[in-house]
Ligand binder design. Structure first.
Ligand code: SF4
Ligand code: SF4
Length: 276
């Protein structure tokens, strides 16, 4: 099973749920795809053994062969290359590595060079993976792509998505067997849950909802899920004890055995549903 954990909005407890699920299963692989701010390691404490750079190809112009015709700028759909007064300007941060400018240059003046945008880090057994985007880099997809190439097929894989419903999340959940949507009982939580629901429905991935910081007096999420026939997988209660342990780098399942059992049961239920 490859299970992606996402949330329409940040701060709902996505990492708590994904790291708790990984920690509750005897043998699993946790993959932190929140590459702009990976923080699952704070709770899972992996021993990082491998650090592999993630490189992309960007254009490089041979000025002696360039005649300033401007064809490369016309070929680029991302405004990553422009020709001003016969001189080629390249903006590597916004380059999408498509190679169109290379193909479009009539003088064969453009080649491609490697540029590092971040790293992928792993422990020895690859039970923990995380991507890390360099500060200032805007394009996350190549790192997600590299992380997904390293996912294992022999054990459950839990992918911790970045918040929101951006292309980074789309790339992460693509090909997954199931999505867990984490939300909280607030108007913002409900609003952003609806966006996440429309995304997974569009991508036709089975999904269910975990309500974090659940309070008996607020049933807004349960009501919405009932109306939409969405499975509520688990409710994690709003408890000071959980918040305190979290702020000390401890997962709720590390201090509460009953919660750990419920995470295992949730996994079995997801697996059973996928198998049926
Ligand atoms: S590789 Fe593609 S995105 Fe990058 S500069 Fe060339 S045309 Fe633009
Ligand atoms: S297309 Fe080639 S020759 Fe024309 S401006 Fe760009 S690099 Fe120079």
């Amino acid at each position: 099973m490859k299970i992606a954990v996402l949330s329409g909005k940040g701060g709902t407890g996505k990492t708590t749920v994904s790291a708790s699920l990984a920690a509750s299963l005897n043998n699993s692989q946790y993959v932190d795809c929140d590459v702009e701010e990976p923080n699952g390691a704070l709770f899972l404490n992996p021993q990082i053994a491998d650090v592999v750079p993630v490189n992309v190809l960007v254009p490089n112009v041979d000025e002696s062969a360039c005649n300033g015709c401007g064809a490369c700028g016309n070929a680029c759909r991302f405004n990553a290359i422009a020709v001003v007064k016969g001189k080629v300007l390249i903006f590597p941060e916004v380059c999408h590595h498509c190679g169109a400018c290379v193909i479009g240059c009539p003088q064969n003046a453009i080649s491609e060079i490697e540029r590092e945008i971040g790293v992928v880090e792993a422990d020895n057994e690859h039970s923990f993976l995380q991507g890390r985007l360099n500060i200032g880099e805007p394009i996350t997809i190549p790192i997600i792509h590299q992380l997904k190439q390293l996912t294992r097929n022999d054990i459950p894989v839990i992918l911790d998505c970045s918040p929101g419903a951006s292309c980074t999340v789309v790339q992460t959940i693509d090909g997954c067997d199931y999505c867990i949507l984490v939300t909280e009982p607030t108007p913002f939580g409900l609003h952003d849950l609806k966006i996440a629901v429309s995304l997974v429905r569009k991508m036709q991935i089975p999904f269910g909802v975990v309500i974090n910081k659940a309070m008996p007096e607020d049933q807004s999420i349960q009501t919405y899920c009932g109306q939409e026939s969405i499975d509520v997988l688990m409710e994690i209660p709003y408890m000071r004890e959980i918040a305190e342990s979290y702020s000390n780098g401890m997962l709720p399942v590390q201090m509460n055995k009953e919660l750990k059992t419920r995470f295992v049961q949730m996994y079995d239920r997801i697996k059973g549903g996928a198998a049926s």
